[in-house]
Design a protein around this ligand. Structure first.
Ligand SMILES: NC(=O)c1ccc[n+]([C@@H]2O[C@H](COP(=O)([O-])OP(=O)(O)OC[C@H]3O[C@@H](n4cnc5c(N)ncnc54)[C@H](OP(=O)(O)O)[C@@H]3O)[C@@H](O)[C@H]2O)c1
Length: 220
């Protein structure tokens, strides 16, 4: 099965999230309004990092990262193209966000969750990337290590928790079927993955901290 280095896989599968907005946002009947533009800015901030900076961060670590099957990258790119189309068509055309939306408490709560979730996600991914760098420089034979510090003291996958909080913020910000749908999709994708990662850590590392939960501190 053909594979790609993981950083190139990420670049390929996330590229539509930056290309589709350039093609369709300006066609929306509300594209010139302030609130849709602010929503676009938040969306692009997430995907500028995910598409360009995250692969760059991955590429600068050890070359030992797991390659990505080409078919995974292509299917994910198709999903991202469709999802980006739906989100951006909603905010620029089908949804209606007058300027007072920006000054509402709901917008403030959504924006706070989005930015806080993104900060958690970027930080937590950085911890994992740094573990790989350590491995590379020490030439150890074990690929994976137990991450420590910050939210890692409470949950196994704070990167997924941050991502989920981010898209919860988006669902609140856009208050739309499109935003809710993507939030539910993200939970459905990342919650089982967090449980699987957690089980794997517990099985592989006998001294894995017992107090950690997979995704939500103290709960599950
Ligand atoms: N919105 C969504 O639905 C969605 C879906 C998927 C992913 N994402 C986001 O995309 C990002 C990456 O997701 P992912 O599933 O690839 O994350 P992941 O499984 O946690 O892996 C992240 C990277 O860190 C490495 N890594 C993981 N655990 C490690 C450990 N204990 N020691 C050393 N290295 C370790 C992995 O290396 P290997 O590649 O070698 O395993 C991988 O390259 C996350 O921020 C996630 O939130 C979002």
């Amino acid at each position: 099965m053909p594979t790609l280095p993981s950083h190139l896989g990420w670049l390929l599968m996330e590229a539509p999230t930056l290309l589709v907005p350039a093609l369709i946002f300006h066609r929306g009947k509300h594209a010139a309004a302030a609130a849709p533009r602010l929503l676009l800015l938040l969306f692009l901030a997430h995907y500028f990092h995910r598409t360009l900076l995250y692969p760059l961060r991955l590429s600068r670590r050890s070359s030992s990262s797991t390659p990505m099957p080409l078919v995974t990258a292509v299917l994910a790119a198709l999903f991202n193209a469709l999802n980006t189309y739906i989100q951006l068509r909603w905010i620029s055309h089908f949804g209606f966000y007058p300027e007072r939306w920006i000054h509402s408490a709901q917008f403030a709560i959504g924006a706070f969750l989005f930015v806080a979730g993104m900060a958690i996600n970027i930080w937590a991914d950085g911890v994992l990337i740094a573990l790989r760098k350590q491995r590379s420089s020490a030439k150890e034979s074990v690929s994976y290590r137990v991450p420590y510090g910050g939210l890692y003291e409470f949950v196994s996958c704070p990167n997924y928790l941050g991502e989920i909080v981010e898209w919860l913020g988006w669902a609140i910000l856009t208050w739309s079927p499109a935003g809710l749908g993507f939030f539910l999709y993200t939970v459905a994708t990342l919650a089982p993955r967090a449980c699987a990662h957690h089980r794997w850590y517990v099985d592989k590392f006998p001294d894995y901290p017992r107090g950690r939960t997979p995704l939500i501190p103290f709960l599950c």
